[in-house]
Design a protein around this ligand. Sequence first.
Ligand SMILES: *Cc1c(COP(=O)(O)O)cnc(C)c1O
Length: 361
Amino acid sequence: MNRVYNFNPGPAALPLEVLEQAQRAFVEYGQTGMSLMEMSHRSRIVEQLMGETEQLLIEVIGLPSGYQVLFMGGGASTQFALVPLNLLKEEKVGRYVLSGSFAEKAYQEAQTVGQTEILASSKADNWTKLPDVNPLAAGMNTAYIHITTNNTIEGSQFQEIPDTGSIPLIGDMTSDILSRRMDWTKFAMFYAAAQKNLGPAGVTAVVIRSELLKEGNERIPTIFKYGTYAQHKSLYNTPPVHAIYMTKLMLEWVVRQGGIAELEKRNTKKAGFLYEAIDASGGFYKGIVEKPFRSMMNVTWRMKDELLEKAFVVESERNGFEGLAGHRSVGGLRASAYNAVPTESCQALAGFMNDFRKRHG
Ligand SMILES: *Cc1c(COP(=O)(O)O)cnc(C)c1O
């Protein structure tokens, strides 16, 4: 197989060694005479897999005690609804930081559940920067503050996570979890659908402080309650076992690479190649997001006109690059360089960008 340079925004690249490991275990898991997908989720083996995956995530992040990990279905979009269903009490307000279209979707979904307000927004700037977040502007009636740490579609990322004091901070980390060191304890809860940095689609990791769990709304269906997943160790109903297994392989891969600190180094270098190609292009490529807010995960840029951008995509595909067209809502180009995207892919793309500029500039 000729592996493409995979810059897909999600689902996204997985390490070849992880795919091959999963392939080897696909038909028979251990020496059980069956596939993991044919096993009862009540079996000791699946129970153990769930426990180990949870433990690994805690270790990789270096989470202090007091947090619980839940594995849920439905993707990050389901969390947009479950967060207010569980945590937005009557009389209280869910306050949202709008920094991109996924953040806005989370806010819109919460509006269907209860009282919400925008705490800060950069929509008027077309998401080309991040809004200033002032937690002090959130009143005492704030149930939580929701923030999207990395804006996948627009290509911006919070460098500083605001300190919200006693107000629970909830983070959608779908597109940058495990990509850099951060003070995770600023969050009362964070979640990430797996298909960008954690594994395949089908499972969402939710990390939540035990105190916040206790405050959960009781008047919602059992299957929507975070408490149900916590109580039953994410085995209340049938979990997406195979996706969780692949997430475990991904986490073991992260450990083998040297953990988050090493991935952060690589990601800085990887994004550096691409931003360098943009910034040294004499305006041929123009970054969409203002420099201080640029994302290490999703690098977005434009060119002189749409025709040239289309030509770029076509030529890039001919040269083995995949997934570089910008999101339909933004246009332009986007290179998503999540944890599993090798440094060589970014180096090759920077080379292609320079070459394309010389031919078309
Ligand atoms: C991809 C993404 C989502 C949507 O995830 P789904 O699993 O498709 O619901 C939400 N938030 C962010 C930040 C994302 O990158």
